[in-house]
Design a protein around this ligand. Structure first.
Ligand code: WT7
Length: 659
């Protein structure tokens, strides 16, 4: 695990802050250094100042923070009262009633809608009344399974307005994934649409929802947004049309006074085991952290149009498509579609059409677009852009340079932002007016954040040596718990290294204090930036009767970053080709199309330790045809299995499954 990185990063290029940027940046290098020092020495004072500056409180907190990472019971702004929806909308009304809150761009580009803060206020208030009419109360969990249309934001904010907890499930997840999440959070109401549109294809949201709810008896009501207008089946007693319900209620609904430590939302993410974790974030700390990090990291100024391409089903969508921009009174662009439809110029055309100033996307999208050549970019202007962002996985230095040179015309700093669903907001990132950029590095810690790199024995490692990335000091955006599973919360993040938050990533820090994220060191795979647990995929594989054992690992992929490689021990008599198809279909059906298998390797047995743990380290190497240097295999219960695996791999021609 401990590794000397060597000369590589000594040679890398450094990009200075463009002078045009220095003029308007909120924070320059000197200010960053000073404020960073202050933020980690006096966290309480620092966060209290930010909380006053960025958030409107109905009544002030009694204590800035209580608890500790050691006891995994940190609470922020204890006793403070506020409302998230009020902070996103109502308090801006006086000055922003006619300012665009949301610009929506449809999948095919034939339609866009602008929703002002005034209009958003009315729609959210009405929908909050719809929820109340259906019996939704403070603390109830509401599941939202919608495509990227304005109603998803309206629904999330309406929940926040009345103190209900939203649980957004990514629209691309399967009926089974939706069902598991509804059951885990105990949701009684679901909001969906007839269909979603993505890249000219229609996704049967309502049909998936019906299938999911068939196994969720507690869901009594479903609210359906008419989006594409394609025919669907409505269940007379259970289903309600959104537009009808909206016309039957009042446009006034007070924002409920909530406690700073009441939950705001649950968002499911994958971990090492089969069951997804319901990450629970609370109102006060999350809002303070997201509002202030948005302003400084994206150097947001009034009048900027900001676009984050992430789906609202992921944390990036929650924090930096919805909450961050709206808390700052900003204009946020919501795009329903994909980067390659109708053409590979789509993103850049949208930037020109809506004069986007700040653009935040994922390396997988940048890689895919770069692959198609520069012409698709160059035929657009992109003059409005001033800042670019990247998130979700490491960005390869050449891809970074392409993003910088071709997309940003060497004018726009790139913020490579490292964070996680659990952290609420960005923790390691350049600040655009302050940090000289190194392509491929997420640079320096954000205010209040103290990252460390440690080895297996929890000792700090030297510069340029890789190890486990941990966080030493608490910050307000950190999740409160895993919904319904406090034990797992403690075990996953706090047990191994007491007093610190364990990220699950490995990284190293160079001599100039720049952090370089290497990737996950647990059983999580990042496919196109989406987090998928090996356990989830393995359970799906094992649900096929012809499978007796299965293990999956990540292999590098040119566009997706990583993809899923499966080792399967099949029962005798099963036909290989037919079974491969079944396995792939089963994984897509259980998880969703994002979990497509790259390849399946049939094997006689899996390498296991004496305690029965699969040795993935070996499987990872063999998958990429690295047969030497497999490390210590003496602890295997069945060492001879390694030779079999190598022989099996060599024999197999790397045939990619047809989708
Ligand atoms: C994991 C968290 C929170 C944003 C979306 C992903 C990886 C995230 C970077 C980056 C290298 C990154 C890490 C992390 N990751 N950003 N800038 N450079 N790796 O959230 O789905 O919770 O995944 O994404 O491995 O642990 P998530």
């Amino acid at each position: 695990m401990e590794r000397q990185i060597g000369e590589k990063q000594q040679k890398e290029k450094i990009y200075k802050v463009p002078s045009s940027f220095l003029k308007h940046a909120h924070i320059n290098l000197k200010q960053y250094k000073k404020l960073y020092r202050y933020s980690i020495k006096n966290p309480n004072k620092f966060w209290a100042q930010q909380a006053e500056k960025f958030i409107n409180w109905f009544s002030p907190w009694k204590k800035i923070s209580t608890g500790s990472l050691k006891k995994h019971n940190m609470r922020w702004f204890v006793g403070g009262k506020l409302n998230a929806c009020y902070n996103c909308i109502d308090r801006h009304l006086e000055t922003h009633r006619n300012v665009a809150a949301i610009i929506w761009e449809s999948d095919n580009g034939n339609e866009s809608r602008t929703i002002s803060y005034g209009e958003l206020h009315e729609k959210v208030s009405r929908f909050a009344n719809v929820l109340k009419k259906q019996g939704v109360k403070k603390g109830d969990r509401v599941c939202i399974y919608l495509p990227m249309i304005p109603e998803i934001i309206i629904a999330m904010l309406a929940c926040a307005r009345i103190g209900a907890i939203h649980s957004v499930v990514f629209g691309g997840f399967s009926a089974e994934s939706l069902c598991t999440r509804i059951l885990d959070a105990g949701c009684r109401l679901l909001i969906t649409a007839d269909f979603g549109a993505r890249g000219g294809q229609y996704i049967p949201s309502k049909k998936n929802a019906d299938k999911a709810i068939a196994k969720c008896p507690k869901v009594k009501k479903v609210i359906v947004v008419k989006h594409t207008g394609h025919p669907i089946t409505m269940h007379r007693k259970r289903d309600i049309w959104y537009h009808e319900a909206m016309s039957e209620v009042d446009a006034k609904c007070p924002a409920v006074k909530m406690d700073a430590n009441d939950p705001l939302f649950i968002l499911y993410t994958s971990g090492s085991t089969g069951k997804p974790k319901g990450i629970l974030h609370t109102i006060g700390g999350y809002l303070v952290f997201v509002a202030m990090s948005f302003k400084y990291i994206f150097d947001y100024h009034a009048g900027d149009t900001y676009w984050c391409t992430a789906d609202l089903g992921w944390i990036t969508g929650h924090s930096y498509l919805l909450y961050g921009p709206l808390l700052n009174g900003g204009t946020t662009l919501l795009f329903e579609g994909v980067p390659n439809y109708p053409s590979f110029s789509r993103y850049w055309e949208i930037i020109d059409k809506h004069q986007v100033n700040i653009f935040y996307t994922a390396p997988t999208a940048i890689r895919a677009l770069r692959h198609e050549g520069d012409d698709w970019v160059k035929k657009t202007s992109r003059k409005s852009l001033k800042l670019l962002g990247s998130v979700g996985e490491p960005i390869n230095p050449d891809v970074w340079e392409w993003y910088y040179n071709v997309v940003g015309n060497k004018r726009c700093p790139i913020v490579d932002t490292w964070w996680q669903t659990e952290t609420g907001g960005i923790l390691i990132t350049p600040l655009p007016g302050a940090t000289p950029l190194k392509p491929g590095s997420a640079a320096w810690p954000f205010f209040g954040i103290v990252p460390e790199i440690i080895n297996e024995k929890s000792k700090l490692v030297k510069d340029n040596q890789s190890g486990r990335l941990v966080l030493k000091q608490a910050w307000p955006g950190l999740m409160k718990t895993i919904y319904g599973d406090k034990k797992r919360f403690v075990k996953t993040y706090f047990k191994e290294v007491p007093g610190k938050y364990l990220t699950g990533d490995s990284a190293y820090r160079d001599k100039k204090g720049y952090f370089w994220i290497i990737g996950r060191n647990d059983d999580v795979i990042k496919v196109s930036g989406h987090r998928i647990g090996t356990g989830e995929v393995e359970s799906a594989l094992l649900s096929v009767p012809a499978v007796s054992e299965a293990a999956v690992v990540a292999v590098p992929h040119e566009i997706k970053g990583q993809s899923i490689f499966a080792y399967v021990v099949k029962k005798s008599g099963a036909k290989s080709d037919a079974l491969k198809k079944t396995l792939n279909n089963r994984v897509r059906q259980k998880i969703g199309p994002i979990a497509t298998l790259q390849d399946v390797q049939w094997v006689k047995a899996l390498p296991k330790t004496r305690s029965g743990k699969i040795m993935r380290r070996i499987l990872r190497k063999i998958a990429v045809n690295e047969f030497d240097d497999l490390g210590d295999t003496s602890t295997l219960a069945n060492p001879s299995v390694v030779d079999d695996l190598i022989a099996e791999r060599k024999k197999y021609s790397a045939k990619i499954i047809k989708r």
